[in-house]
Design a protein around this ligand. Structure first.
Ligand code: CYT
Length: 285
């Protein structure tokens, strides 16, 4: 029996297909969270590829995740913008959830801006606020780098290790750039620890109280897996959360996906202005 191709081989096939449609070597990947997909319209000279047309690329089943890869430039930087992502709660394996991030690396990306819609645990946050992720707590019960180690994905000889450091997962350099730009644009940008759960149920009030005690400021169902494999490969990461709702029990109201999407739409302008200005600064290394 023929053995199934390994992750590296499958990611290489996807990268080759993408390169056949858009030849530029990329510098920066941007993953857009729920409600933030319109940012992709900022890409100039865009080549848009539906995820469904990329061999091996997993397809999102969630409303609000449109499923397109937009390649082109922002501020002269060669970027790949992911409009939509898949989540483990959809039933996808870690290999599938991390597939796009691995492919971004094979296309040349050495930087990643990862964004998400999150619940606010920190009571000083407000709905619609942006937060710069300083660190994360992975309570999804699994790890993105699960499985055989493959050092072929690495940016540098120092990365691609079986056991790899996560103490500087969210780049201090990029966080500083984000804070300076936010201040310039008069956008409040506090820092926070993002705690990831598996989902798809939103959290209970008791869970949120527990997570606050653990040191979490934000809760969501994405991001940590992408960041873990990005760090495995030596990619520098900036993480931004949009507080689409206050987490369960913080306010006396239920949480629903429509609210999450609406908040994204409301803050889109601010988010777009900030990230657009950050791209050339993040890429300048
Ligand atoms: N909100 C969100 N939990 C929340 O309360 N967007 C993800 C997870």
């Amino acid at each position: 029996m023929l053995e199934a191709p390994d992750q590296y081989t499958r990611c290489t096939a996807a990268a080759e297909h993408i390169r056949s449609l858009h030849a530029a070597t990329l510098t920066l990947g941007i993953i857009l969270g729920s409600g933030l997909g319109d940012f992709a319209s900022q890409v100039e000279d865009a080549t848009t590829i539906a995820y469904a047309d990329i061999p091996g690329w997993p397809l999102s089943t969630v409303a609000g995740h449109s499923g397109k890869l937009v390649l082109g430039t922002i501020g002269g930087v060669n970027v790949a913008v992911m409009q939509g992502r898949v989540h483990a709660y959809e039933g996808y394996s870690m290999a599938e959830v991390t597939f796009p991030t691995r492919v971004l690396r094979l296309l040349g990306c050495t930087g990643l801006i990862v964004t998400n819609a999150a619940g606010g645990i920190n009571k000083s946050y407000g709905q619609g606020g942006l937060v710069c992720i300083s660190d994360h707590i992975n309570l999804t019960g699994t790890n993105a780098a699960l499985g055989p180690n493959d050092s072929r994905f690495a940016c540098s000889p120092a990365s691609g290790q079986r056991f790899f450091d996560m103490s500087t997962a969210y780049s201090a350099r990029l966080r500083q750039i984000a804070h300076a730009e936010a201040a310039k644009q008069n956008i409040p940008l506090p820092e926070g620890v993002y705690l990831a759960v598996l989902g798809p149920s939103y959290e209970t009030p008791a869970e949120i109280r527990a997570f606050r005690t653990l040191g979490a400021d934000l809760v969501g169902m994405s991001t940590v897996h992408e960041v873990i494999v990005a760090r495995h490969m030596g990619i520098e990461v900036l993480g931004l959360s949009l507080v689409t709702n206050m987490a369960a029990g913080v306010l006396d109201q239920a949480i629903n996906h429509e609210e999450v999407m609406e908040t994204g739409k409301r803050v889109e302008k601010q988010f777009t202005a900030l990230v657009k200005a950050l791209v050339p600064q993040v890429a300048a290394q």
